[in-house]
Ligand binder design. Structure first.
Ligand code: TRP
Length: 344
């Protein structure tokens, strides 16, 4: 008999265009995990409203991200939109009453984000939702009894909170009900901005700091061509006997490797070490590798867009199916906690 596959859950915020940092750092990994695990992936719009936002833009970002994720290879039946599964927020409320004010206050992402809001002064509004966000995240995870949650290191504190809530629930109600989720750390490359390789690729830094997965070929080529490298003076590393590498050059090599061009990567690395490699060639090769990688995604997205009526129906259906799991959990939780279900 085949063993039941482990449950994987992860979520992503609908923040607009997807860049190579998002793709190599998370989405590619999600796609790969589908082979080994039962996966559920959510587009979390309830999380997105914790910061100032516009309704139309939010709706557009959610649909755009749906197309993007499907175009990158996420299976339609694995994908849901959080606001189509409102049980997350109901479980979130129950968890609000099981999380302590003290432990939520310690979350560093809230401290960072609320500092950003303050710095932006005009919109100096810090919502209770922003503070409470990690509790909703715990509900996202526990409602599907996820075994593994693939996330970056910046989320480990939130995962710890989810485990604490699960454990507290199990202890308080004397039942091993919730699965304690584990973080699934996968080695994913940390892609830097090509314009400033000392900072990570991100949209908040401005247009030239990120390369869109769905950008036009010419734009990708142009951005790679203008990548920062070094002035040519590179020291030797005493220990390895190899030439040291600036952050910019290392980032270009990382993009080449992440694109799956391992042979070319090894050749160019050799060229770098014996100083025969020109940065022009390196950039040209990286640009072509990225164009080759992203062209099918761009094409697939256009296809999905042309068929958007069906795609919309499909995501509504998959959300409704995934919702059944969430509803079942919530019925059980209400039973356990003394809250009423419609048929009591
Ligand atoms: N907090 C995550 C982020 O900022 C997004 C998220 C929301 C999430 N709910 C989740 C991630 C549940 C994993 C599991 O990236």
């Amino acid at each position: 008999m085949s063993e039941k596959r482990k449950q994987v859950l992860s979520c992503i915020q609908p923040t607009g265009d997807m860049h190579l940092g998002n793709y190599f750092g998370a989405v590619k990994n999600w796609v790969d995990l589908q082979e080994k695990y039962d996966c559920v992936y959510g587009i979390v719009d309830y999380h997105a409203i914790t910061m100032p936002y516009k309704a139309d833009k939010l709706r557009q970002n959610v649909w755009d991200l749906t197309l993007n994720l499907l175009a990158c290879g996420i299976q339609p039946e694995s994908l849901f939109i959080q606001s189509l599964v409102p049980e997350h927020t109901e479980l979130g409320w129950i968890f609000n009453c099981m999380a302590s004010y003290g432990e939520v206050t310690r979350m560093t992402q809230f401290k960072d984000k609320s500092a950003q809001v303050k710095a932006g002064s005009k919109d100096s509004f810090i919502s209770v939702g922003l503070f409470d966000y990690p509790v909703l995240q715990a509900a996202d995870i526990l409602i599907y009894k996820a075994d593994y949650v693939p996330v970056g290191k910046d989320q480990s504190q939130h995962l710890e909170l989810a485990r604490n809530i699960a454990q507290r629930f199990n202890t308080q109600f004397g039942k091993e009900y919730f699965v304690l989720p584990e973080t699934l750390f996968t080695e994913t490359p940390n892609i830097a901005s090509t314009a400033d390789p000392t900072r990570k690729m991100s949209k908040s830094a401005g247009e030239k700091h990120w390369i869109g997965v769905f950008a036009e070929e010419e734009r990708i080529r142009k951005q790679v061509k203008s990548a920062v490298t070094d002035a040519g003076e590179v020291e030797m590393d005493e220990a390895s006997g190899e030439r040291k590498m600036s952050a910019g050059v290392a980032n270009l090599f990382m993009l080449l490797k992440a694109s799956g061009e391992i042979e070319t990567y090894n050749e160019m690395k050799k060229g770098y070490n014996d100083s025969s490699l020109s940065y022009g060639d390196l950039k040209g090769t990286v640009a072509e590798a990225l164009v080759k990688l992203t062209t099918p995604f761009r094409e697939k997205k256009a296809e999905l867009y042309a068929d958007r009526k069906n795609v919309k129906r499909q995501i509504q259906e998959s959300s409704a199916n995934i919702r059944k799991v969430a509803q079942q959990t919530l019925r059980e939780v209400k039973e356990i906690t003394g809250l009423l279900n419609p048929k009591f």
